[in-house]
Design a protein around this ligand. Structure first.
Ligand code: AHR
Length: 508
């Protein structure tokens, strides 16, 4: 156990606001995310409203889901929204060629998605089709969604049973155009982004935050091309308003694309490789932000990490195209360390969406295809433990003293990761102990404020591979943590091996 590890926090120096939207989610027509996950149909014995599972809704409301991205992903650039409106039994079918080559019956479409968002109390983030769609199609979708008068699309919406327009604050201009979204060059896409965005209009009181489809992981030149395309001599601030954000995608795995590693059967070495790769998000966000700073020193354009999380080999016996995987304590720490980075870059990262909410990749919720039983994953619990960071002011955390590290594949990995925020006279400190075997003690060196009260919670498990199942749904859940005491510099907190700890402070 280390004794001289300090986390120095200046409680009186609040930084940028951590947008609650970095706790955003993503739901694609992929495997059992929509069908069986969110949507079971009105005739299901599972309690539902309009076919939407209410237990899933309740669980996501409990973590204050701020937004939901839909319908993809790769699916978005194959999706033609008019196929998903009107009477369900008359909707045309299509092939979901990216994900399992299954037939999609379009029974979950625009109205069902917006109803889901209303039940969740989450902002819709609709991702438009650039790869195989048209400018007109995208323009009409926005009109259908958000226009209140008797325009042709508003009238069509009314004929389909919805009088009032919806608020749709976020709209994506295609997805991964460098790959499944059209195999384009950055140069080609940047022109399309400007063209499409021209016709994504603000109707009535709805203002759309337009997100240009950004880079794959470390493709900084993609970000450079998009940011340079915003240059405009006649525009206020010197930037055109074609889009308000650029995205980027980054997935964590312990192996390579053709053998990503197993979700639950992994070695200690794979644990560390995974967490080192998760930590790589810091370099990615820092370097994409640096590219953006050159063109946008006022930081008016957001960086939206709208796909992130772990991607393992699919669970044995499941459809390889459905991307179903289990979720362990390791996934939880991948999530907590990503959030430390997003908090630190709150001045640039305006939104992030973990992939994907139910039954796909690093899910919050797993549902049993036979019994329908619902399981909350360790990753879900990190989201729940972090709700205090939503819309709070970021506080810088400097780790000092004897910071434990490990050499992982030639890179030094700090084994403790931390972040903090303050809001409404309180502060929340997040502490991840990535050490597979050793506990550590950290002194919270709290400056610029007085602590009137404190409490802590811990998420850990008996093994690195600990996870929740229908038979053992609470194998990994947060519990109250008594390993916390006052210290001359503030507080002293014990971090059990492989654990996530949050400390709530009431400030005097
Ligand atoms: O999240 C799964 C897929 O990963 C998405 O559809 C795509 O955008 C990305 O490659």
């Amino acid at each position: 156990m280390t004794t001289d590890l300090r986390a120095v926090i200046n409680l009186d120096l609040p930084g940028a606001t951590i947008s609650r939207h970095i706790y955003g989610h993503f739901a694609e027509h992929l495997g059992r995310c929509i069908y069986g996950g969110f949507f079971v149909g009105e005739d299901s014995p599972i309690p539902n409203e309009g076919g939407i599972r209410l237990d899933v809704v309740d669980a996501l409301r409990a973590i204050r889901i701020p937004n939901l991205r839909w319908p993809g992903g790769c699916f978005a650039d194959d999706y033609h929204w008019k196929d998903g409106i009107g009477p369900r039994d008359q909707r045309p079918r299509m092939v979901n060629s990216h994900w399992g080559d299954v037939v999609e019956d379009n029974s979950f479409g625009t109205h069902e998605f917006l109803h889901l968002c209303e039940l969740l109390n989450a902002d819709p983030y609709v991702n438009g089709n650039v790869g195989s769609g048209t400018v007109r199609e995208m323009s009409e979708w926005v009109e259908y969604l958000t226009r209140g008068d008797d325009s042709p699309m508003a009238a069509l919406r009314r004929r389909n049973g919805r009088d009032e327009p919806w608020k749709v604050p976020f709209f994506g201009i295609g997805n991964e155009p460098w790959g499944c979204g059209g195999n384009m060059t950055a140069d080609h896409y940047k022109d399309l982004a400007r063209q499409y965005s021209t016709y994504i209009r603000d109707h009535g009181g709805n203002t759309v935050y337009k997100i240009a489809a950004g880079a794959n992981s470390d493709d900084y030149s993609w970000t450079e091309t998009l940011m340079a395309s915003l240059a405009c001599n006649d525009c206020s601030g010197g930037l055109s308003k074609s889009f308000q954000a650029v995205s980027m995608h980054y997935y964590t795995m312990s192996g390579a694309w053709d053998d990503k590693g197993d979700a639950t059967r992994f070695t200690e070495d794979e644990w560390y490789t995974t967490l080192r790769r998760a930590r790589h998000i810091e370099e990615l966000v820092r370097r994409h932000s640096a590219v953006m700073d050159v063109h946008d020193p006022q930081r008016t354009v957001g960086l939206v990490v709208d796909e992130w999380g772990t991607w393992w080999n699919v669970e044995e016996g499941t459809n390889p195209g459905f991307l179903y995987q289990q979720n362990t304590l390791r996934d939880a720490l991948v999530a907590s360390t990503h959030f430390d980075v997003f908090h630190a870059f709150a001045h640039r990262v305006t939104m992030a969406n973990i992939a994907q909410t139910v039954n796909v990749l690093q899910a919050m919720i797993l549902t049993d295809p036979d019994s329908g039983a619902l399981v909350l994953t360790p990753t879900y619990h990190v989201f729940e433990m972090n709700t205090g960071h939503h819309d709070a002011a970021s506080l810088e955390v400097a780790l000092a003293g004897d910071v434990p590290t490990r050499d992982v594949d030639g890179t030094v990995l700090p084994l403790v990761s931390a972040s903090a925020s303050t809001k409404d006279g309180n502060a929340l400190v997040s502490l991840s102990n990535l050490d597979a075997a050793q506990a550590h003690t950290v002194v919270l060196d709290l400056r610029g404020g007085q602590v009137a009260g404190f409490s802590a919670r811990v998420l850990t498990g008996g093994a690195l591979q600990a996870h929740n199942t229908p038979d053992r749904p609470t194998a990994v859940v947060p519990v109250s943590h008594d390993g916390i005491r006052t210290h001359a510099r503030g507080l002293e907190v014990d971090l059990p091996a492989h654990s996530y700890v949050t400390v709530s402070l009431e400030l005097a």
